[in-house]
Design a protein around this ligand. Structure first.
Ligand SMILES: Cc1cc2nc3c(=O)[nH]c(=O)nc-3n(C[C@H](O)[C@H](O)[C@H](O)COP(=O)(O)OP(=O)(O)OC[C@H]3O[C@@H](n4cnc5c(N)ncnc54)[C@H](O)[C@@H]3O)c2cc1C
Length: 468
């Protein structure tokens, strides 16, 4: 998986010295002690060597870094939590604008609001908001950054009740390509605000996000139930039927995977294909057992670990299964409905899992996600009932090409024209990005791009090129 990233390879000594000297954070170059640690992102498939990594301490550093990239004509990679699967948050011979030192969070419990700097990960936000029994939809893994996650849409365990992360955004501070610092919300720069909620990092660098919050937990009823792989068809059909009756407080997914060697699974299934249903009920705790029952009786139960869990702990429960540094490639396909042909295609792909690290997820969307008008945000796939996520991984580069081929085959079998979710894609060709949005949405995104980034300074992303 390589992206072409071109540009001049060096910054003059005097220019660099002036830039670094003016930062409140730090600027690293090849040879600096922390350079190798900081150049890496979560996805080990993208081994890049930026000319400068600017570890920004605040808005002033962000403005200086954008100005440097523009004046030097260098590629600019923007990094929040560093979880870009396509590798957009690093680059060769360009500048990485790293927001990860910016982790300030302020919760306003009285108004159910939180303001968070763009370097936060979901675990940072959850820790602060859960102190007050509040939350918004965050990632299924707590290590993901709020910035890339929110600007791409943001789906997670609370989405059917609370909407996507981006549906909860009420305002943002942004530095634009010409170095202007602006605030955007429903009333100020409304088209930018629309574009930031699903259009990715195309329009500027968000320095802080303001979200509305919901009463959540702090204990939720959540877990996983595991069934034998040879009952997968029955489980998928039963899952589809159970989803049709599920209340909004319950978000679920199916995971077709290989049983990890965890103590709550019998040794006899370790390393064998297995199908699991995961869920999070965030309604009244006492009602959790009954609300999840239909999903926990879809076949022969190998193990059922649904239980009351602290929400913040449930958010971190899957983190160990997705460590940094492996070679990763994700793909996805929205499904308007989960018809029999789609289920058959998924079963066939499951039967051909290329290794024990690769897996398939089927998310049930709907609920609050579907009640937002399609033109209210740039994430406009509101009538899609399901999303398939394909995760292809190898520990190193060895064998990576074969698992990528398998992942591409999965989505082709589901229908080559199915739209992808921009946060679940391992590549960002123009055709994939264009197909990820309905035509009207795409045209509107181009208009926002023309207004806020006409020279395409922010192009290392699921890129929407300007029209001129
Ligand atoms: C292990 C793992 C689990 C995941 N789980 C989920 C999940 O449950 N739900 C879900 O919806 N997605 C999930 N994702 C996908 C995730 O939402 C995207 O990869 C997202 O881009 C990660 O955000 P980040 O800030 O960590 O990424 P980064 O790599 O830091 O940034 C990715 C891109 O986002 C843009 N960006 C980053 N910061 C800013 C900013 N401050 N302003 C403007 N643009 C910015 C840039 O274009 C950048 O290239 C997961 C990814 C991984 C690797």
């Amino acid at each position: 998986m390589t992206m072409t990233q071109t540009g001049p390879s060096s910054i003059g000594e005097a220019t660099f010295a002036e830039f670094a000297g003016g930062l409140r954070g730090t600027a690293l170059r090849p040879g600096d002690e922390d350079y190798d640690r900081e150049r890496n992102i979560w996805n080990g498939a993208h081994d890049r060597r930026p000319a400068v990594i600017a570890r920004c301490a605040g808005v002033a550093d962000v403005i200086r870094t954008i100005d440097l990239a523009r004046s030097e004509g260098l590629p600019l990679a923007v990094r929040g939590g560093g979880h870009s699967i396509a590798g957009f948050s690093t680059c060769d011979e360009g500048i990485v604008l790293d927001l990860s030192p910016m982790k300030g969070v302020r919760v306003d419990p009285a108004h159910r609001r939180v303001t968070a700097q763009a370097g936060c990960r979901w675990q940072d936000l959850d820790a602060e908001t859960q102190q007050f029994g509040l939350a918004l939809t965050g990632g299924l893994m707590s290590t993901t950054g709020i910035a890339g996650f929110t600007t791409g849409g943001g789906l997670g365990w609370l989405m059917r009740r609370c909407g996507l992360a981006s549906d909860n955004l009420v305002g943002a501070d942004v530095v634009t390509a010409d170095g202007q610092f602006i605030h955007t919300d429903a009333g100020e720069h409304p088209e930018l605000f629309w574009g930031l909620r699903g259009g990715g990092g195309n329009f500027g660098v968000v320095t802080s996000f303001e979200y509305q919050l919901h009463d959540v937990g702090p204990t939720v009823y959540a877990g996983l139930v595991f069934y034998p792989a040879d009952e997968a068809e029955q489980v998928l059909r039963g899952y589809r039927a159970a989803c049709a009756q599920a209340p909004d407080e319950l978000t679920t997914l199916v995971n077709m995977t290989t049983a990890p060697p965890v103590p709550f699974l019998p040794e006899s299934v370790h390393g064998k294909p297995i199908i699991a249903v995961g869920g999070c009920w965030s309604g009244e705790l006492d009602a959790g057992e009954a609300a999840t029952a239909a999903f926990r009786s879809l076949g022969t139960v190998i193990s059922d670990v649904f239980a009351p869990n602290p929400y913040a702990a449930w958010q971190q429960a899957l983190d160990p299964l997705f460590p940094r540094g492996m070679h990763n490639y994700f793909r996805s396909a929205f499904l308007r409905t989960a018809g029999d042909a789609s289920l058959r295609a998924l079963l066939d792909s499951f039967a051909r899992l290329p290794n024990a690290m690769s897996e398939l997820h089927l998310y049930r969307l709907g609920g609050a996600v579907s009640r937002v008008a399609a033109d209210a945000t740039a994430f406009s796939q509101r009538d899609q009932e399901y999303l398939v996520e394909v995760i292809a991984r190898t520990p190193t580069a060895e064998g990576f090409g074969a698992v990528v081929d398998w992942a591409r085959g999965v989505t082709s079998a589901l229908g080559p024209d199915a739209a992808m979710y921009v946060n679940f894609t391992g590549e960002g060709s123009e055709s994939i990005v264009r197909a990820s949005y309905p035509p009207d949405t795409y045209r509107r995104l181009v208009a926002v791009k023309d207004q806020y980034d006409p020279t395409n300074l922010f192009r290392l992303n699921q890129n929407i090129p300007p029209s001129v």
